[in-house]
Design a protein around this ligand. Structure first.
Ligand SMILES: *Cc1c(COP(=O)(O)O)cnc(C)c1O
Length: 710
């Protein structure tokens, strides 16, 4: 593997390359503007990828920029904030816990969504991990991340003329990605070996900078490996159970070895979802090797391990057959000081014959949490079987509600309003409810202008994509229409973007097509709905849902007021959560662990209309959006779906549409804007990643740190 090519930069602005290799730029508007101002069309063409931009830009542009006083002065400002970020000296963590700044926390995750130029994610889990790393950097939490460097990432979605999702994989150009080889303190590229079955897999390690947090990313595509093994880290959530187990062994066991090779000594270890739980076994094995019994070693590991579980759905938990586990671990359990049965027992629920990664993690971590209050209680019920000696309410799984990295998700126009009305230090005080009270002072005219602009950008983006598809001549006119050619910048716009899978009920809005048609095609107060989202390649039912929605969007019956945008990803998500008027969320109750897209929407002034589940169960206050809650007593039944669909229509007809179209003589909807302000005021501080990260530090990491000292 060659070291990556770096562009020739004039000395005065030489650090543009270093900045391009630190994804910190992605949440710093002045840093983004630096690249954008170098060559705006190229910025768009490269998909906002500064590494690529610097490789492709005409050298004279760089020479000229180095002599433009405005450019150089912005450059100096950005570089000095980058230096400040990297030193992490003047941060919340350094002020509160100066004695802990040299004590790293290792955060393991199968996905990290930082920016589209490094597409190592499938959906919500990855976005959460990415937002968390960014916030850890902002707060100065001494964290390192451990994950995979997938050259093909997750599936890309193309919808064909029949409305069927076609799955495509793209090869990432490592040269144009913001990564470099991870090196030991001696300067050598790190390579480690992980035992798998009867062989060893060689692993190379990349690093990506996320502010002052470094991600270490494992890669099996190295010459020393046989061919099929080189593909082990090629894709996310692809392949069979055996492949998945191999990936989890690589990440868990390999991840620990990578940190050892780098001479990083984490004090606290955090597993994001059960996929990463083998990390707990590898640390136990190390201690056994040093002479402890399994029980002594496990106690030490538990005391410093945090585990966050994300899925309330039984099928969402990773399980493996015992034969498969036995085949891969028959040489390993001895090294743990365990016999076969006690080893397998670590991952088995009572009366089960499967090895469950969540069970393993729950048993090997003393600090365990779900991701919303409601999800916490669902987890306690779900895993009561592991703690039968206590009543359900005392099952030791707590909750920390997810939050979003506001600086990543907020639209530029909204951010300027906050600069003006919240004061220049709002980025420092994101979790402070008093700060957000000042949203009430934003004049309605200005807020409405920002909202209109963001919606305009969304709709123009959708139309441009539809036009491009049309012009590339691979689609029928109906398809171009279904992609949003008829969208309208002036009307009430509902966004529904999420993974397409049965429990999220994307097609619930189509329940009564006549009633829906009347709303969509109303002459005076029409609405439009924009859908987006992928189905997992193996989820046939999810693909059928896409087809159902897509075919409705194609149908003249709905007048071009339904649209489906292909290939939902972080980039498109930003347009959607900023540009819609209403964010719709219709999961079957108790299935949504938290959800975060509605939180992104809320800080942008997009009102939430959702089943009272996940974070909305905590967030809804009667004045900051709308809730659907009607327990028919028969969850998961057609009756429940019907009741929820009717509640949705009623809310739209009686509350949402009238409020949106209630305008003064200047066409300003004051009632709507009042609700927007209440939504931002009440939701932004509570559902910020800032609040979430501080909760992890105070509720999980500090006790774990203390367990080491005592
Ligand atoms: C935020 C986000 C998600 C998670 O949203 P949910 O509300 O949990 O469905 C998924 N995918 C992308 C691309 C996102 O940006």
């Amino acid at each position: 593997m060659d070291e990556l090519t770096t562009p020739k930069l004039p000395k005065r602005i030489a650090k543009l390359d270093e900045l391009a290799h630190n994804l910190w730029w992605s949440w710093c508007i002045p840093a983004r503007n630096l690249y954008k101002s170098l060559d705006r069309p190229l910025w768009k063409l490269t998909g906002h990828n500064p590494v690529k931009l610097l490789q492709q830009i005409e050298p004279y542009r760089l020479v000229a920029a180095a002599e433009e006083p405005d450019f150089v002065s912005s450059y100096d400002k950005v570089m000095s904030s980058l230096a400040k970020t990297m030193s992490a000296a003047d941060t919340w963590f350094a002020r509160e816990y100066p004695h802990l700044v040299q004590k790293p926390i290792a955060y393991f995750s199968l996905e990290f969504a930082i920016h589209n130029s490094l597409p190592l994610y499938a959906g919500g889990l990855g976005v959460l991990a990415g937002d968390y790393c960014k916030e850890a950097s902002d707060l100065g939490i001494p964290m390192v991340g451990v994950g995979f460097m997938y050259p093909q990432g997750y599936v890309h979605q193309h919808i064909n003329d029949d409305g069927w999702q076609e799955d495509m994989y793209e090869q990432l150009d490592f040269n144009a990605a913001p990564i470099s080889l991870a090196r030991s303190t001696g300067g050598e590229p790190i390579k480690i070996k992980v035992p798998l079955d009867d062989k060893s897999i060689h692993v190379a390690v990349w690093q990506a900078k996320v502010g002052n947090v470094t991600l270490f990313l494992l890669d099996t595509n190295v010459e020393e490996n046989e061919h099929p093994d080189r593909e082990l880290s090629a894709r996310l959530y692809a392949g069979d159970r055996e492949m998945r187990l191999a990936q989890e062994i690589l990440l868990g066991i390999g991840g620990v070895r990578v940190l050892r090779a780098l001479e990083i000594e984490p004090v606290v270890w955090h597993a994001n979802e059960g996929h990463t739980a083998f990390m707990m076994l590898e640390r136990t094995r190390e201690l056994v090797e040093k002479g402890m019994t399994f029980e002594q070693a496990a106690a030490k590991v538990r005391a410093t391990t945090v585990f966050t579980t994300h899925t309330p759905i039984p099928a969402g938990h990773d399980v493996f057959t015992l034969d498969l586990i036995e085949r891969c671990f028959h040489r390993y359990w001895g090294a743990l000081g365990l016999a076969r049965d006690s080893f397998l027992g670590l991952g088995m629920e009572p009366n089960s014959n499967l090895f469950n990664m969540t069970v393993l993690a729950l048993r090997m971590a003393n600090y365990r949490n779900g991701v919303s209050e409601l999800h916490g209680s669902v987890c306690r019920r779900m895993w009561h079987s592991l703690w039968l000696e206590v009543p359900e309410k005392d099952v030791p799984i707590t909750s920390i509600t997810n939050g979003i990295h506001i600086r990543t998700w907020i639209g530029v126009q909204m951010a300027s309003l906050l600069d003006k009305y919240l004061g220049p230090d709002w980025r420092e005080r994101l979790d402070d409810p008093l700060l957000w009270e000042r949203v009430l002072e934003i004049p309605d005219e200005e807020l409405w202008a920002a909202r209109r602009w963001l919606k305009y950008k969304l709709i123009k983006e959708a139309q441009q994509r539809a036009r491009k598809c049309w012009a590339a001549n691979h689609v029928s006119p109906g398809l171009a229409l279904a992609m949003g050619a008829f969208l309208d910048t002036e009307i009430l716009t509902i966004g529904f973007s999420r993974r397409f899978t049965a429990y999220k009920r994307a097609s619930l809005v189509l329940h009564d097509q006549n009633r829906l048609k009347h709303m969509l095609r109303n002459e005076y107060h029409p609405i439009q709905i924009i859908f987006s989202g992928k189905a997992h390649p193996d989820d046939h039912a999810g693909k059928q849902l896409i087809q159902e929605v897509f075919n409705a969007a194609k149908s003249p019956d709905f007048g071009g007021r339904l649209a489906f945008i292909e290939d939902y990803d972080m980039h498109m998500a930003r347009y959607l959560v900023q540009g819609a008027d209403v964010w719709l969320n219709l999961p079957r109750p108790l299935r949504e662990a938290s959800g975060t897209s509605g939180q992104k929407a809320a800080v942008n002034g997009v009102l939430h209309l959702s089943v009272l589940d996940g974070w909305w169960y905590e967030g809804y206050n009667g004045a900051n959006g709308w809730a659907i809650q009607n327990d028919t007593g028969t969850p998961d039944s057609p009756e429940q779906d019907k009741a929820d669909a009717e509640a949705l229509y009623e809310l739209l007809e009686e509350k949402v549409i009238p409020l949106y179209y209630d305008r003064d003589t200047n066409d300003i909807p004051h009632g709507w804007l009042k609700m927007i302000k209440e939504s931002i005021r009440s939701n932004a501080p509570r559902f910020s990643a800032r609040r979430m990260a501080k909760d992890y530090v105070t509720q999980m990491y500090l006790p774990a740190y203390n367990a080491v000292d005592s």
